[in-house]
Write a new protein. Structure first.
Length: 461
């Protein structure tokens, strides 16, 4: 009950638009033992916290009665059945107006039940409506063929010059119980009743540890909405059955041009994604490349809730970038981090994150520099901001098994280490406004670009 009380207070803190938000800062020579100076800023004019509750609860939509249904439910591998239903839908006369790029879409319906698939290839102009009682799993077992990573669905075009266009996967209807019980207790203010499930737990589904939900490559105009995902963090070591891939992976194709425009995800949205049981090194998403993409309403128990890590192009002959990405209502609980900015060698621009809550995480937010690269080869996040951030210390954070590196994904549960972290070697900085941290952390926060100057937030005890 005490945790829910704290959460209610925190949600009010980060969600109220018309009030002031209290935060505290310290100068370069202060320590955690110093007294915090509290300041109140008026947030009525520049707050970007969304008032729409759909970010945390999703939008409940009834299945389209004109949709083409996937058949062969319950088969060991329904990949061909999914693709055949898409082809049938495209040959039908019915089109649902208003797809992600404005054009109409053919509609396919996935009924309740367990559906095992592997690398389903979408066609242009497809809306896949997945019943809230449906569970998607990996086909083929632990030794399935199909590359190093086992994606349930692939969004990619025919070439680097020809993207996949106007595609959606949306949870429809309502359903409780079953594997959704693994989310209990569902975070206050959130709901997964209208979400479909991707069960990516290798132990429970006999899947590869690198099983992943969707690989988003050269796709233009997309929507993912109402998704509940399950990973595996039963063991704190990076071996099977511990999950070894993010649920949603956004990155450039391996033959993407070195210079823009890149063959990568663009003009899309990921809305209402609730994720549980993530290990320290992974979580609901990893963004290695994306243009004009919006995340709204991402919750993760374990892992990193918003992982902006663009390592896909490091030491490679293809290019990519994260540009014009927005994210709001990002929550990490008993996790590694709520938000990670890790550019490696890639120059990323125009990333704006707001409404972040980290509770019981090793670190709330991190800006990470790749010190293995020469200074001239390092990337960064430029013209980027993060606002309305609340970090609350807790006892079940996913801390690295070895301090100073070398953990290779292994972790130990323990007290939160640091509210805000930033590598001093970074020649770039994300601009912070309206931040707050509270509780007992084992280390003071690093200096950040906070309200226009480099200084470190002081946490309230």
């Amino acid at each position: 009950m005490r945790r829910r009380g704290v959460l209610a207070l925190v949600l009010v803190t980060i969600a109220v638009i018309a009030g002031g938000v209290v935060y505290a800062t310290r100068d370069d020579t202060s320590s955690n033992n110093g007294s915090a100076t509290s300041t109140t800023r008026d947030s009525t004019t520049d707050s970007t916290i969304p008032a729409d509750p759909a970010a945390r609860q999703g939008t409940t939509v009834a299945p389209d009665p004109h949709a083409t249904a996937v058949r062969a439910a319950g088969a060991n591998d329904e990949t061909s059945a999914f693709e055949a239903a898409m082809d049938d839908a495209l040959h039908s006369a019915y089109r649902r107006p208003g797809g992600p790029d404005g054009d109409p879409q053919a509609v396919v319906y996935v009924p309740p039940g367990v559906h095992r698939i592997l690398r389903v290839a979408f066609r242009d102009n497809i809306r896949l409506e997945v019943d809230a009682g449906a569970v998607l799993q990996q086909a083929g077992g632990r030794n399935a063929k199909g590359g190093n990573s086992k994606y349930l669905i692939v969004w990619d075009g025919a070439s680097a010059q020809r993207p996949l266009r106007n595609v959606s996967i949306v949870g429809v209807g309502q359903h409780d119980g079953g594997v959704k019980q693994q989310a209990e207790p569902v975070e206050a203010g959130w709901s997964i009743a209208n979400a479909f499930t991707m069960d990516l737990d290798p132990r429970a589904t006999d899947a590869d540890d690198k099983v992943s939900g969707i690989e988003l490559l050269n796709v233009d105009g997309f929507l993912v909405e109402n998704l509940f995902s399950i990973q595996n963090a039963d063991e704190s070591t990076p071996t099977w059955p511990t999950s070894a891939k993010a649920v949603l992976v956004l990155r450039p194709r391996d033959d993407s041009p070195v210079e823009a425009p890149f063959a990568q995800p663009r003009n899309g949205a990921i809305v209402h994604h609730y994720n549980v049981n993530s290990p320290r090194g992974y979580g609901p998403n990893q963004v290695g490349g994306a243009t004009s993409v919006r995340f709204s309403g991402v919750y993760s128990r374990g892992g990193t809730a918003l992982r902006l890590e663009s390592d896909a192009t490091k030491n490679k002959t293809f290019g990519g970038e994260i540009r014009d990405l927005t994210a709001d209502t990002i929550v990490g609980v008993d996790c590694n981090r709520a938000v990670s900015f890790a550019p490696h060698a890639q120059r990323n621009t125009g990333v704006h994150v707001s409404g972040v809550l980290a509770r019981g995480c090793s670190q709330g937010v991190i800006e990470s520099d790749d010190e293995k690269l020469g200074a001239a080869k390092r990337g960064g996040f430029f013209d980027s901001t993060i606002s309305d951030v609340t970090v609350v210390a807790g006892p079940q954070a996913q801390n690295p098994a070895k301090q100073g590196g070398g953990s290779k994904g292994a972790w130990v549960a323990g007290p939160s280490q640091q509210a805000f972290a930033r590598d001093e070697s970074a020649q770039w900085s994300v601009a912070y406004t309206r931040v707050r941290c509270t509780g007992a952390f084992t280390r003071t926060s690093d200096r950040l670009m906070l309200d226009g100057s480099m200084r470190g937030p002081m946490c309230e005890s």
